[in-house]
Design a protein around this ligand. Sequence first.
Ligand code: F6R
Length: 655
Amino acid sequence: MTSPSRPTASRFEHVPLVVYPDSATAARAVAAEIAALIRARQAAQRPVVLGLATGSTPLGLYAELVRLHREEGLSFANVLTFNLDEYYPMAPEHARSYRHFMQVHLFDHLDLPRAQTHVPDGTVPLAGVDAHCREYEDRIEAAGGIDFQILGIGRTGHIGFNEPGSARRSRTRLVTLDPVTRRDASGDFGGEENTPRYALTMGVRTILAARRIVLLAWGQHKAEIVRAAVEGPITPQVTASFLQEHEQVQYVTDRAAAGALTRYRTPWLLGALDDQGLAWDARMTRRAIIWLSQLRGKAVLKLTDEDYNEAGLQDLLRIQGSAYEANLTGFYELQHTITGWPGGRDPARTRPGDAPVRPLRATSADVFPKRVLVLSPHPDDDVIGMGGTLCRLVEHGHEVHIAYQVSGAHAVADEALIRALRFVADSGLGRPEAAERLRALIAAHEAAGGWPATSEIPDWKRLVRRQEALAAARVCGVPSERLHFLDLPFYHASPGTRRHLGERDRTAMRELLGTIRPHLIFAAGDLDDPHGTQRLCLHVLRDALAALAGESWVAASELWLYRGAWAEWSADEIDLAVPLSPQEVLRRRRAIFCHETQKDLALFLGDDRREFWQRTEDRSRHLAETYNALGLAEYEAIEAFKRYAPDEFIRDLPV
Ligand code: F6R
């Protein structure tokens, strides 16, 4: 594999790493290397031993290997495979077992006899686990050792299921899964309570014994852990960092997963930007100045020539002329992100001498009031991500619509539904037979510990979430006729099956946009969302905008991305910062409180057990502190947005 990215002799990266523009191109390159190895061994009439991973990462690679087999006659007859891991306990025929995964995505499509494939056996009794693990190692050895090992990386930094704390010398064994790993897998198992706690995994030593190792990583949600594994110290806390000791290792990533590496985040540390094909444009300048201010612990306007020089920003200093000039450039860039008028200023309330509302584009600056569409993937993302701004937009007199993209039914705990059903049954309203049926449903749940298979349950759960959304919108002042419950069908796929956007999702999104023709669109840009729902909701928006791209209102509209519960934009990414007063923070809290069924989630999600309102407040307060530390005014809280012109968004959104 040769690197298609610019060559960077980075002193920060401790392993070879190539960055491809996207995961599909990367997967093809890796498949080509594997194919070449298989063919070389065939020519020598020798077998080849592959170490394989499961999870979402290698799917493109496996699809390409299948294509090479079907279309280019690549035979796997001389291949032996050993998988990294298997959940425990787990039957091989279980739909979520790794054995099943491998059959469906790879083995069933190749000329590879089952006897040549090995996956740890999740059915061995506990007493036999150690012997089984030893035998697995013996088999690898008897096969001549692994020639080529494919790895993914978990958000804990695990390879295989070697969670933080796994020793360098660990062998194949039974392990307890980290809470973060279980949370990431919970979407496949229909909730965290159903997600296995244990797994059998090859050890770090087993993996490092492979002759060639290729670790794949795609997507922004892997960026921080890739940085830790590649640029950080070798530590059992990030088991992928042990790969730094391997002679023949290669990291292969897409651009998003490489985004936190020094070469992208702070490229000036690697030398002149020119030499790297980069330039000191406005964004890079702002990023460097914010970085410097945080590094030195000083407000932007207090940075000196020495600060710039000593931190390696001589070039920037030269271009700007002096620290004084550079500071002002950075300061104004930041200051102009802030506005209390996220939809523009009401001309009737504008006084001569009022500063223009900077972040808005000229095309929409004059329209007042505006049609605003807030897209909320789940019924609570709107108020969690931008509840304060939402209230502000309503107060300023804009026509604010909220579209709830999915029903959120999966996230209603059974107990919460039982409470609601009892309320309905006991209300005395409706026909007595209906009340009896509900009581029977509850009794059936109590007897069996779960709901009988009936489509009625998702309908009730959807209704519960709808009531919560209605209540929250009322707190924000959005009338119910401006609420749109899209209930996109992709979300209906039963938990554990892969979810895909379909034509009905795209049509629903397109029709809504076409009806409202918004001047401003706010969408959730939280690609770290562990359930992947936000990602699909963003993609459906992209597809709908692409289909409508010819319409004049699309070109004139503005698109702002807010972050959800899981992450915040970093200061250098923010284009629009809306400060909130203490009263607005409380109002937002009241709106989030309306989503009562979501309180339970705090018990499962995140290690700190904070509820959504707490996450939101901590996040927006922290951002206000960050702005303040940079030398801007002291606000109670800030909600932040990143701009996308719709055409850029259609082009750039990572898949
Ligand atoms: C899978 C495995 C894990 C995954 C990792 C990333 O066999 O051992 O280490 O590679 O958890 O998972 P995905 O690819 O789903 O992000």
